[in-house]
Design a protein around this ligand. Structure first.
Ligand SMILES: [Zn+2]
Ligand SMILES: [Zn+2]
Ligand SMILES: [Zn+2]
Length: 190
């Protein structure tokens, strides 16, 4: 039987469903219990004691402050295609920090978008980390043919296999195909 981790009850109603946890689908919590201080405490201690849980929520943070190791520039990173950005998959340049003005459209390129979203979920949960690089590379080869060049003015190429780079010095900021880097309030499109 499914039991709420917070209140210990199993009853559900139309307005108060038990929802599976995003990271561990064996954990269930009522919608209403997610609004309680008890939940806040549970969440904090879960993040502290469970590295996988912590990694997931850390990487899912929108606008997470990040400092470049090379030049100390302050900027932020966000996961691709979640929250306000859902529906389009942003592409960074392979050589600089710019983002393409033509991101991949979740409706037009539905199959690729789905596949990338699934890979992001695996990445955030540390599943199959080694194979992700290979899958991304072969997806990129299939998608980014010579006949559809998406070139950046720096000479690089907008690609799903480009990682987020520092907005100031263009050094790779995070080892992820699933995040974008930007400076809040500054346009980084080409
Ligand atoms: Zn509950
Ligand atoms: Zn570029
Ligand atoms: Zn930098």
């Amino acid at each position: 039987m499914r039991t709420c981790t917070i209140c210990g009850n199993s009853e559900e109603s139309e307005r108060n469903r038990l929802q599976a946890d995003e990271v561990n689908p064996e954990i269930f919590i009522h919608w209403k219990c997610q609004l309680t201080p008890e939940y806040q405490n549970w969440f904090k201690s879960k993040c502290k004691n469970d590295p996988l849980y912590n990694r997931y929520w850390d990487m899912m943070t929108m606008g997470k402050p990040t400092i470049c190791k090379q030049c100390n520039e302050h900027q932020v990173i966000s996961p691709k295609a979640v929250g306000m950005g859902a529906g389009s998959w942003e592409l960074h340049c392979t050589k600089c920090h710019r983002l393409t003005p033509n991101s991949l459209n979740g409706y037009k390129d539905a199959a690729t978008y789905q596949q990338l979203s699934q890979l992001r979920e695996d990445f955030l949960r540390s599943h199959d980390l080694e194979s992700i690089t290979e899958v991304i590379a072969s997806l990129a080869d299939a998608l980014e043919t010579e006949s559809s060049p998406q070139n950046c003015r720096c000479g690089g190429r907008f690609s799903i296999k480009a990682k987020p780079r520092c907005v100031k010095c263009d050094e790779i900021l995070v080892d992820s195909y699933f995040h974008i880097s930007f400076k809040p309030g500054v346009l980084v499109n080409a």
